[in-house]
Design a protein around this ligand. Structure first.
Ligand SMILES: [Zn+2]
Length: 438
């Protein structure tokens, strides 16, 4: 009976099932991956590198093919350069836009849809994310604990997707984000300091990995940045999150919430336009990560018709003006030595465009290598996973991306030329063509 059920799903969902079979191979024998070049995320660029993978981990890097153990499966990717699996520290993968529905994208988030259906549909977002070379996400906001369900399904091998570190609902005041103007479910709502502490505890009890707090207005078409939580409230959230071993990510569209969040000990600041020099200097001194998410407003402008908004022209003008301020703030922060991590704010069909943020980073002054670090080593450090993620080295998860071209010479190689992706020792994307040898 069980076999029959599997066959039924195989027939219905041919491609994911094939991938699932591959994922199942991850725990098997040693594999040797051969690359023309390898950027290891530890500061070294290798030529003719051979990465040995056993189970879900990297066990060694060689340069002498004669040392490949006899009987090892060899995957020949010598046409490509290997980079560490990329990390997006700010998508919303579970926010799926069902295009078969007549309901506009954001309104769907508040239209009754069973969590199981949302999570099932969101597999498409997960697949597109992997195809961009993103093997890990810090997912910063979801409804109904959909993100926890999705994380757990992926971790147990029942679903193909990036490894997820999740934030649950996030903490917000009534009628402020996550979705201004819509009726939101009660999870995450906190209107005063005791509420904040209660919600942090609820999120932790539910099983989140990171605490997200919306300390200002501003989301989708609304680019206002009015501070919604006081310094004391943010400090309470930061202290309690840290006490539970969790990190705090603070959403602030404007400078005031960002300034107080940095002082309060937040681990990362999301969006945050118009920060003054003093705030930026404070951020650099404390090592607070900046996740500017410049590109997501570009995506809104390009897809403005899918939201059913009135005054589209006016909204696009506001979004474009915000992009400029966002970009300028990020440029000043980079110059001042602030640590950056790549966050896309991808949701709906933006999933898969996660790494376009790196193009903005190069435009504001980073080298392609520095931009790559924001999505590898820096992002891993923000997650507290710098000994397991963000690099290709023995002991690390076998999260490896093969790109065509030189990612240290041209950032577009990382953005557009992903050909093959391994996550935890399993091949999850393969556009490398038929030249593999075994
Ligand atoms: Zn977001």
């Amino acid at each position: 009976m069980r076999r029959l059920i599997v066959c039924f799903w195989c027939a219905l969902l041919l491609v994911p099932c094939l991938q699932f079979v591959r994922a199942g191979e991850a725990t098997g024998a040693t594999k040797a991956l051969r690359f023309g070049k390898l950027v290891d995320g530890k500061g070294k660029v290798w030529s003719d590198a051979i990465v040995l993978v056993r189970g879900d981990r990297i066990v060694d890097i060689l340069t002498d093919a004669a040392k490949i153990p006899v009987g090892t499966e060899v995957i020949d990717l010598r046409r490509y350069t290997a980079i560490p699996g990329l990390i997006d520290v700010h998508p919303h993968i579970t926010f799926y836009w069902d295009q078969a529905s007549k309901v506009y994208a954001f309104e769907q988030l508040n239209t009754p849809r069973l969590p199981a259906v949302s999570v099932f549909l969101a597999q498409e977002n997960a697949r597109r994310t992997l195809e961009a070379g993103v093997t890990t996400v810090r997912d910063l906001g979801s409804n109904n604990w959909d993100d926890i369900a999705m994380r757990d399904l992926i971790n147990r091998g029942a679903m193909i997707g990036p490894r997820m570190f999740v934030a649950g609902y996030g903490i917000y005041v009534a009628d402020a984000p996550p979705r201004l103007g819509y009726t939101t479910p009660p999870g995450g709502r906190a209107n005063n300091l005791p509420d904040v502490m209660r919600v942090v505890r609820e999120e932790v009890a539910a099983g989140v990995d990171v605490i997200k707090m919306y300390a200002s207005t501003g989301t989708d078409k609304d680019v206002s940045g009015f501070q919604t939580y006081t310094y004391e409230e943010i400090k309470a959230a930061a202290d309690l999150a840290h006490k539970y071993g969790k990190r705090l990510a603070v959403h602030s569209y404007g400078p005031d919430g960002a300034r107080d969040a940095i002082r309060a000990g937040a681990d990362s600041i999301e969006h945050a336009t118009d920060m003054d020099d003093e705030t930026i200097a404070d951020m650099a001194r404390r090592g607070t990560f900046y996740v500017p998410t410049i590109d997501h407003n570009r995506w809104y402008v390009e897809h403005i018709g899918i939201f059913g908004w009135d005054n589209e022209k006016q909204i696009a003008d506001g979004l474009n003006a915000y992009i400029q301020r966002n970009f300028e703030t990020a440029r000043r922060a980079f110059k001042a030595g602030v640590r950056f991590a790549m966050g896309s704010d991808a949701l709906f069909t933006m999933c898969g465009e996660n790494t376009r943020e790196l193009g903005w980073f190069v435009k504001l002054g980073m080298t392609p290598g520095q931009a790559l670090a924001t999505a590898t080593t820096n992002a891993a450090a923000l997650l507290g996973k710098e000994k397991e993620l963000g690099a290709i080295a023995p002991g690390y998860f076998a999260d490896i991306v093969a790109v065509e071209g030189d990612p240290l010479a041209d950032v577009n190689v990382t953005i557009s030329n992903v050909r093959w992706v391994m996550k935890g020792g399993a091949v999850v994307v393969d556009k490398s063509g038929p030249q593999k040898t075994h």
